[in-house]
Structure formats: structure tokens, C-alpha cells
Write a protein that binds this ligand. Structure first.
Ligand code: ATP
Ligand code: MN
Length: 481
């Protein structure tokens, strides 16, 4: 090892040893105190520069953002704020950073500004913390499923099926736009395309996941998904990561139990393994909320909010029960909702979901048994209710501040019922023959769900815009870097 990570140095007691630190300059004060960060932790290490015996030309190049290598002795720090520091003997500039041009000055920058320089924002404390938490959560996803014996399945990113139905798709093609081959009736001739057919980027790995669950029992996917949805919200990306477990022999309740256990496991894991980052983000959020009127501030701080989710059962209720609550609710009575709830069958908008979670129950909610008409074809049809209304065994998990974080269902395993639903919903049956084979050969009850990874990271970091929890966000009219 040519150098020691700052994280290790700050926790060592090996005072008096010779060390080498490599990192980037955060600040340089009084020609003497050099704060260096190497990304291994949020904290910087302080190197004390002997300016009288250091070349003037080196001192001038110790600017914010420069990459440096410092050799010296680890000593107990006399200053407050750090236990140890490096008494520098030799400083090498590895890479200069022109202070006139480096956009990250040692001051607070707005998240909007940092989004424009996403290639540099990793070097800020906020994004160091956010992406460390993201990393930690990604690891925890694999750990959770691995401990349970689930098989990690890589489903295709380029898909030949356009019936996934979860959203608008991006086309994948090598056809020449200026000279598109056409069939006799003027349609684009996809037989000339790379795959010899029309292909898209996947919106979900679920259908392929179901195939594997019918062999391995329990599987999960964790990969990028793409939706060309033109919704410019703080919770939607055009490219996002999704975790989709699929379990044979699970019914809806088993599915909900697993999802709730999974979410709690992930949150607990982050609290235990990223205490420094979460503490930083907690303080950041408190600071941010100071500028808001009292009534708009959260009752709980970030850590309390995460603890609260761990300690309480999610509220489970049916869509029908939720509609009754919403109908009676103040914002509905006073016509404050943009979309008023007047009858059973209405699709719930984010304002309704947030009312249930944030105002009515004040905790995570699992909504089940949605009207069949507003849900996908593969969801299992329930027996009609007392009033003869058709529902499916779906479940959505709603989180405070986020809205929907998980969407899932028990799948329709009965061949005839599935075909009937596909016909009703105009899903091309011939093209889906591979999917239907699972129902022809050894069909079995099964269930699964999708967790939007960025929505989870949003919740755990307390950030408010989904663009700030993925390194390089893709949104309408934006695919920088
Ligand atoms: P929404 O109603 O919020 O658009 P959805 O019903 O389209 O969500 P699903 O198709 O059920 O969502 O996808 C499963 C999960 O993936 C959602 O619960 C959510 O966490 C996440 N998700 C869906 N669309 C997006 C998106 N555009 N960007 C980020 N995450 C998303
Ligand atoms: Mn959507």
C-alpha cells in the first residue's frame, strides 16, 4: 500500500508513525492548515504545513480541489475537531486545480447548481454521504436475498416484448432514420433492423423473473429499467434501478410480509453501517428545514423517521377501505384535492396516497386489492366482492414523503383466467406464448414486487429530489454526462 486511507488514519492510535496521505484539498487556511479528503469517509484529515520550510511555489498550488500526496508524521492534534493530524514533511502536488475555474468553492452550493456539475458533485459532503448510503443499500439488497437463498437473476435490458405494460418504452434500433426501410404498406420494416424485429429497453424484469421463479423457487433481479414517461416530477427518472423479487408458492400476504421485512432490513442496515453519513444528512435536513415555516417542517428528524419505520407495523388496508377514508377526508369534502374522489374505481393520485400516509395513518401503508381495471393483466383476479366488483390481488406500499415505493401482486397462475384478462386488455397473446408456457407446464401460485431503488435511497437519505440520489440522472430533455 502506497498510502493509508483517511478513514483508517482517523481511527488509529498509531501516533508517531510515518504516514502517506493521498487525496483532494478541501481548504487551506493560514498557509498552514490543509484539510484533505480522500472519499473514504466524510471527515477530512488535517495536515499541518511547515510553511517556513515549504517552497512558496508549492504553497501557492495548495488550492481547493487539487490532488495532493502528503508525507509526514501522525501526531495528536492540538486543535479542536480532530484527534490526530499529519505533521507534513513533504508535499507533492499530483494534480493542480485552478482556483479561478474550479466550480466547487468551500461554501454551500445549491443542489440545483450541483446537479449542473454532476461530474464534480461527488466531491461535496452531501453527495459523498448520499452515494455512500446508496452503495450501502445496494450491498444490503444482495445480502438480504443471499441470506434467504434467493437466486440473483440478470434479466435482459434489451427486450423483444413490448407487453410489459409498466410504462412507455424507449426503442432500440440501428435503422437509419434518414433512410428507413419500409414494407409495402409503408410501415417501418423491422426485419431489416439489428434483431430482425422491433426491440425496446426494458421497463421491468418481472415477466422474465416469473419464468425463473418457476424453476428456482425464489429469485430477484436488481438492474436498470427505463421508462419514457414524460413526467417531470421529483420522484420519476427515465432510467432507474429496480429490485424485483419473484417467489413461487407465495400468496399476497406472504408477498407483503416479505416486502415489509425487506424494507425494514435495508433501513436498519443503513442505520447500522452508515451512521456518520446519516448523521450528516440528518443535520443537513434540519438546516434546510429552518428556512421553512414551522407548519411545513417535519415532526421527526431523519433518524427518528427511519427508526419509526423500523418500530411500527405498516398499516394494511384494501383499496376499498382507502376510498372510503378518502371520500370522507377533509381535503375531499373541501374540494382541495386536484382529483376529487367520488366513486369506487378511481385511480389514486399521489395527493391521495400522501394524504393516507402522511395525514391519516402517519406511517407506511400497504394498499391491497385494487380494481382490476386500473392494474396490469398479470395480477391475480380475486373473487368478486359483495357488490360484484372485480379486484386483483395487488399491493402497493406507500411511504411518507415518497408515495409509492413498492408495487407488487400475486400473479394470475390460472391459464384461462389469464388469457381472458389478456384479451380484455388487448395484450398480444401470440407474442406472449413464452410467458404463457409457465401457466401451461406446472403452473403454481406465485407473487412478487418491484422496489424502486432510488425511491428507497430518497427515503433513507432524506433528500427530496430523485435527481440527487442517482449519480447521473436521466430525465426528459436531460441526458448529460
Ligand atoms: P408511479 O405510479 O409512481 O409512476 P408505477 O405504478 O409506475 O409508479 P411500478 O410500475 O409498479 O410503478 O414500478 C415499481 C416501482 O418502481 C414503483 O413502486 C417505484 O418505486 C419505482 N418506479 C416506477 N417508476 C419510476 C420512475 N419513473 N422513476 C423511479 N422509480 C420508479
Ligand atoms: Mn409510473
Amino acid at each position: 500500500m502506497t498510502h493509508t486511507k483517511i478513514k483508517e488514519l482517523l481511527s488509529t492510535t498509531a501516533v508517531g508513525t510515518e504516514v502517506t496521505v493521498k487525496g483532494w484539498v478541501k481548504t487551506f487556511r493560514n498557509n498552514q492548515f490543509l484539510a484533505i479528503n480522500d472519499g473514504s469517509c466524510l471527515s477530512n484529515i488535517q495536515a499541518v504545513v511547515d510553511f517556513e520550510n515549504t517552497d512558496e511555489s508549492i504553497l501557492k498550488r495548495l488550492t481547493t480541489g487539487a490532488a495532493v500526496e502528503v508525507h509526514g508524521t501522525l501526531v495528536e492534534s492540538l486543535g479542536k475537531g480532530q484527534r490526530v493530524e499529519v505533521k507534513a514533511k513533504d508535499i507533492i502536488i499530483l494534480g493542480d486545480s485552478d482556483p479561478e475555474k474550479f466550480p466547487l468553492q468551500p461554501k454551500k452550493h445549491s443542489l440545483e447548481f450541483l446537479r449542473e456539475i454532476a461530474h464534480l458533485r461527488f466531491r461535496t459532503n452531501t453527495f459523498n454521504a448520499v452515494f455512500k448510503v446508496r452503495n450501502c443499500l445496494a450491498f444490503a439488497v444482495h445480502k438480504f436475498f443471499n441470506e434467504k437463498g434467493f437466486v440473483y437473476l440478470h434479466t435482459p435490458i434489451i427486450t423483444g416484448s413490448d407487453a410489459e405494460g409498466a410504462g412507455e418504452m424507449f426503442k432500440v434500433t440501428t435503422l437509419d432514420f434518414d433512410n428507413t426501410p419500409r414494407t409495402e404498406d409503408g410501415q417501418v420494416d423491422y426485419s431489416e433492423d439489428f434483431f430482425g424485429k422491433s426491440t425496446n429497453l426494458t421497463v421491468s424484469g418481472q415477466l422474465e423473473g416469473e419464468l425463473a421463479a418457476m424453476a428456482f423457487g425464489d429469485i430477484y433481479t436488481f438492474g436498470p429499467t427505463f421508462r419514457a414517461e414524460n413526467s417531470n416530477t421529483t420522484r420519476h427518472l427515465a432510467e432507474f434501478w429496480m429490485i424485483e423479487p419473484e417467489m413461487a408458492f407465495y400468496e399476497l400476504k406472504d408477498n407483503m410480509d416479505l416486502a415489509e421485512e425487506f424494507l425494514k432490513y435495508l433501513i436498519k442496515y443503513a442505520l447500522e453501517h452508515c451512521p456518520e453519513e446519516i448523521e450528516f444528512l440528518r443535520t443537513r435536513l434540519l438546516d434546510e428545514e429552518k428556512s421553512k415555516p414551522q407548519k411545513d417542517r417535519s415532526e421527526l428528524d431523519l433518524t427518528q423517521k427511519l427508526q419509526f419505520v423500523l418500530e411500527n407495523d405498516f398499516e394494511r388496508l384494501t383499496y376499498t377501505e382507502a376510498i372510503d377514508i378518502l371520500k370522507q377526508s377533509k381535503p375531499n369534502q373541501k374540494k382541495q384535492f386536484k382529483y376529487l374522489i367520488d366513486s369506487w374505481g378511481a385511480d389514486l393520485q399521489s395527493e391521495h396516497e400522501r394524504y393516507l400516509v402522511e395525514k391519516h395513518f402517519k406511517k407506511p401503508v400497504i394498499l391491497t386489492n385494487y380494481p382490476a381495471d386500473i392494474k396490469s393483466f398479470y395480477m391475480r383476479l380475486n373473487e368478486p366482492d359483495a357488490e360484484g366488483r372485480k379486484t386483483v390481488a395487488a399491493m402497493d406500499i406507500l411511504f411518507p414523503g415518497i408515495g409509492e415505493i413498492v408495487g407488487g401482486s400475486q400473479r394470475e397462475e390460472r391459464y384461462d383466467k389469464l388469457i381472458q384478462r389478456m384479451e380484455e386488455m388487448h395484450v398480444p397473446i401470440e407474442e406472449m406464448s413464452w410467458y404463457l408456457d409457465t401457466r401451461r407446464f406446472g403452473s403454481a401460485p406465485h407473487a412478487g414486487f418491484g422496489l424502486g431503488f432510488e425511491r428507497l435511497v430518497l427515503f433513507v437519505t432524506g433528500m427530496t429530489n430523485i435527481r440527487d440520489v442517482i449519480p447521473f440522472p436521466r430525465t426528459p430533455k436531460n441526458a448529460e454526462f
